[in-house]
Design a protein around this ligand. Sequence first.
Ligand code: ZN
Length: 418
Amino acid sequence: MKVCFKNVWYPDYEKKSLVRGTFYVDGERITFKEPEHIDAMFVDTLVTPGFFDAHSHVAMSLFRGVGDDVDLDRWLNEYIWPLEARLNDDYVYWSSLLACMELVRSGATTFLDMYFWEKATLEAAKEVGVRPIFTPGIIERPGWEAALQRTEELRDLGALVGVGPHALYTVSMNILPDVVKFAKKNKLFLHMHLMETASEKAYIHNVLGEEYLRRLEEIGFFELPVVFAHGVHLSEDDLSFLKDKNVVVAHCPQSNMKLSSGLFRWDLAKNNGVSVAIGTDGAASNNNLDFIEEMRTAVLLARGVSGKPDVLSPIEILEAATSVPARRLGLALGEVREGYLADLVVWDVEDLSMVPVDDPQDWLSHVVYSAGTQAVSDVFVQGRWVLRSKSFVGVNVSEVVEQVSKRRRAIRKEDLIR
Ligand SMILES: [Zn+2]
């Protein structure tokens, strides 16, 4: 597929603004060299890189609305873990299809996932056309090594992978050094929940001490790229320690607020030089996978808790939502650049939420502070057209709705959902 984007506006993160120019999708990649023929053309509109959901559990969409009114402890122990014990490939496949469609509809083209039954999710992601990055969840219990095996299998299937020790309260220092060793041997990054709740903080301080990050450093944890999900209760000392450690914090504001886990301080992370990306977490704690909404919540929260309306500029938010995690993981995507993978969102600049403008630079503000999913017109992932004039290309929406609903009813029948 060869697509021309003629005189379009797109973000340039070095210039810190939208710039105007003509570029192309040629096969899987972006180029500024005109191909011999063109299959499709977009003119005079806004095009951004696809969003990078830096922390997700897409298969949890099946559990949307379950355990709405409890904290993380009770939510996991009384609702989620008992339900997950009943999951299988079939449930995960349909649930992932629903999730991948929600992501694409909101302009997300990559998601960094931690879960189980990844092959079913891989299949669903391929059908929708979105790019998964898998970090099979490691929880310390007999047979935990299976997660490492799944990581190798997924890599052999051509999927992008990392290593996913779930959290310091589910993975102890008994096995964490082996997990890090595996990641190092395979040159993979680490993805772990960290400091999501106050009770997790108390647990970590109790077991590993306040210098717990140094314990991680001693086992070589920071010799690899690291994505920490949440980071709500990271102290300023923690943040200053993390500054030069190759760490990205995946900020999941809606999940954190819904579970009453606390409020992440993006302003403090920024002051301490720690990179921040944005994640949806799962639909069971969010409760949707609308990335645009997540991005907006993140910036509004940062403004609200810091008391500083200029704490983050729209272009900084967009960069965190696209390029920051990709760059840290060494992936050539998340920017309109020669040779980068063609993950692009074409915006409907005539959508009610995108007008008025008196200068196209206004679109930057509109995407961050105003747009809804209805303003996402077309989405390309690695050059494949996956959302075309607001319609999914590879999936039958009503079939997915019907099949997911059927499985949700089946779970309810087993009396698993109270
Ligand atoms: Zn999570």
